[in-house]
Write a protein that binds this ligand. Structure first.
Ligand code: ADE
Length: 230
């Protein structure tokens, strides 16, 4: 089974509106929508904001819905200079930028005892996303690279530059790396698709409000194309 996860209502609403044969199952304060999207059986869920919500949601999907493939979709703040509002980032891998056990000699972002900084997305899903994006007319710029996650809405140019450089990340959001770690622990394939709502700088909260719906539309276009090509 394939799952599509988004953090916020704005990010999943368009998907829900396009689904048929909907069945709603509630667990852990989340609504799981089982049904068909573009003729493919999927589970769609809004996990809520932040890494804990994302991890709990992932484990429910694996245990209760036999999910073996995850597409996480939504918006993010662009970190790299060239990644602009509206552009799309496909994850090669994800890092928790707020994981800091450096006092014990671990690397920044490293999850102690797992000895891992980055969690790699499934090459098959990355290729599917790239191929699908190429087939969409008048689509914004698409980049493939590292996505950073943490329980912080980044709204400071200095912090954005620091994060981008320190972890070599293209964009920042608040869930992807938690889903990535949950997938790693359960041997499940994932990819994160993020559409830029802001640049994680001083105007991030205003830009976010202005662009979140447009960004969610782009995400639906790409994930929809992926489902058709799967
Ligand atoms: N999601 C969208 N924009 C973001 C930002 N600037 N920081 C964290 N998560 C985001």
């Amino acid at each position: 089974m394939l799952a599509i996860i988004g953090a916020m209502e704005e990010e999943v609403k368009l998907f829900k509106d396009n689904m048929t044969a909907l069945e709603v199952i509630k667990k852990a304060g989340m609504e799981f929508y089982k049904g068909k999207l573009y003729d493919k059986e999927i589970v769609l869920v809004r996990c809520g904001i932040g890494k804990v919500n994302a991890a709990i949601c992932s484990q429910v999907l694996f245990d209760d819905f036999s999910v073996r493939k995850v597409i996480f979709t939504g918006v993010a703040g662009g970190l790299a200079q060239y990644v602009n509002v509206g552009d799309v980032v496909i994850s090669t891998d994800c890092v928790q930028h707020d994981f800091d056990a450096t006092a014990f000699g671990y690397k920044p972002g490293e999850v102690p005892r797992l000895d891992k900084v980055e969690f790699a997305a499934a090459q098959q899903l990355i290729d599917l996303a790239i191929r699908s994006a190429e087939g969409i007319e008048e689509f914004p710029a698409v980049y493939t690279g590292r996505i950073l996650s943490g329980d912080i809405f980044v709204a400071d140019k200095g912090k954005a530059l620091e994060l981008g450089e320190k972890f070599n990340g293209l964009c920042v959001e608040m869930e992807g790396a938690a889903v990535a770690q949950a997938c790693y622990l359960n041997d499940v394939d994932f990819v994160v698709i993020r559409s830029m709502s802001d640049k994680a700088d001083g105007s991030a909260h205003e830009d976010f409000a202005t662009f979140v719906n447009k960004a969610a539309e782009n995400a639906l276009k790409l994930v929809g194309a992926m489902l058709r090509n799967i």
